[in-house]
Design a protein around this ligand. Structure first.
Ligand code: UQ1
Length: 440
């Protein structure tokens, strides 16, 4: 429960705002106990979990997001592999927001954390007692020269599964390629779902294999050649899974261009930065993972750390300077891999600690960095990487059944393709799913 004093004070001030509504420029509608910036995976999950605490009345919680649609982004890899229809993965955002919330369908202009306020892009000021900053991250297409133009050109063989507009183009390009060089890239720097850049490659490889265009046992005699150009020095950030994926790369005849960071696209040439200087490769099909970073309105605020992400404690999810500010998901500085699975574990911790803090109690929930990457390795098989801070494996089914999740399995594929999208829309974003902890 709230401390009685807080409740009385809040009630009194709400009554004052209401009575002053005609006289004062600050209407009651713009004062909220909790403001959640973002209606993505973290925003919906956290706001609904807060509501389920039973401690909030109509409009106590506000959600701010300018989007018209909410997307199940983990499904876009499967769209790129020809396994899902992208239109089935999205829903109108306002249909997913509980009517008990005040929904501002607007972008944020600026944060003023010392005043417990923010302004919307339309200039309206919103006051809060607690702020949850979960707007996700921004995809900076323009950071790779020539990429925006190549993506927009319907006839180009350049695509990315990282956007709603082009995730289906990725599959068209895979289907249309009959021969030549196929290059798949992963940049230096933070991206969401660090496994996706190679998931789409493994699906494409399998597609070409089935079409008789790629023979993993004899790649040099195959019509199609496949290269994975990554800014990282290895296949994956967690050693346990990287070893398996590196072996897979070699066994399947995929060229590894490590520490190669795509700088520019010029016609059919891809130009990379590498330790040996600039490297240019000709491609016939290019799948790009764009550069990503914090949204400008976060990066340019006093909430951000040096990298631009919301500067929170890695275990409590509370802001390091402003104790009534919280963050999780892709926008947060939490040093883990940015995924929806991470949000399943971060959300209950943030919600518990925020509620404790409202009651003046000790923060007693701690996030261990749990995240997961269901890594599709071919049609019908998934390697279910699950790990915590420090790249230490934390495997749900390994612990339950004593199996090794580094081995790609059919059951994990159905988890990824059918179960996760179902549990996501029916339970997770309604605040009723705790990931490996099950239903809430
Ligand atoms: C999960 O809960 C989830 O959200 C619905 C995902 O979807 C994107 C996931 O990929 C994963 C791995 C989880 C975690 C749950 C289990 C049972 C491992």
């Amino acid at each position: 429960m709230f401390q009685r004093r807080t409740v009385v004070a809040a009630k009194r001030s709400v009554a004052q705002w209401r009575s002053l509504a005609t006289a004062s420029p600050v209407s009651s509608g713009r004062n909220h106990k909790i403001v959640v910036v973002g209606g993505g995976t973290a925003g919906l999950t956290i706001s609904h979990q807060l509501l389920h605490s039973g401690k909030f009345a109509q409009d106590d919680i506000a959600v701010i997001d300018p989007a018209a649609w909410h997307h199940y982004q983990p499904g876009w890899t499967l769209v790129g592999g020809g396994l899902k229809d992208k239109t089935e993965l999205r829903k109108p955002l306002n249909s997913l927001i509980d009517p008990k919330f005040k929904f501002y369908n607007q972008g944020v202009g600026t944060f003023s954390p010392t005043e417990n306020a923010l302004t919307l892009e339309n200039g309206d000021k919103i006051n809060y007692e607690h702020l949850v900053v979960v707007p996700g991250l921004s995809i900076n297409y323009g950071a790779i020269k020539g990429l925006p133009e190549a993506l927009a050109d319907r006839n180009s063989t350049v695509s990315t599964i990282y956007s709603y507009d082009t995730c289906d183009k990725a599959f068209r390009n895979i289907e249309n390629l009959r021969g030549g060089n196929a290059i798949f890239t992963q940049p230096v720097g933070v991206v969401k779902c660090a496994g996706a850049p190679q998931k789409i490659m493994w699906l494409a490889l399998d597609h070409w294999k089935r079409a008789g265009l790629y023979n993993p046992a004899n790649p040099s005699d195959s019509p199609i050649k496949i290269s994975f150009a990554t800014g990282l020095p290895m296949m994956f950030g967690v050693p346990k899974y990287s070893v398996v994926l590196e072996q897979m790369r070699k066994d399947r005849g995929v060229e590894g261009l490590f520490q190669h960071d795509l700088l520019a696209i010029d016609g059919k040439a891809a130009i990379f930065a590498s330790p040996e200087g600039e490297v240019t490769r000709q491609f016939d099909m290019l799948h790009v993972t764009p550069k990503m970073g914090a949204h400008g309105f976060v990066k340019n605020s006093s909430l951000a750390n040096e990298a631009g992400f919301v500067d929170v404690d890695e275990h409590t999810t509370r802001h390091k300077k402003f104790p009534n500010v919280w963050s999780a998901g892709d926008a947060a500085s939490l040093p883990t891999s940015k995924t929806a699975a991470a949000v399943t574990a971060e959300s209950p911790v943030l919600v518990r600690n925020l509620l404790q803090s409202i009651e003046g109690k000790e923060l007693d929930a701690s996030y261990d960095g749990y995240t997961s990457c269901p890594l599709v390795t071919q049609y019908g098989k998934v390697l279910l990487a699950e790990f915590k801070y420090g790249g230490v494996p934390k495997e749900t089914f390994g612990n339950m059944f004593g199996i090794d999740q580094a081995k790609p399995r059919r059951a994990f594929y159905y988890l990824k393709k059918d179960f996760f999208p179902w549990v996501y829309y029916n339970y997770m974003i309604k605040g009723n799913w705790g990931g490996p902890d099950g239903f809430l």
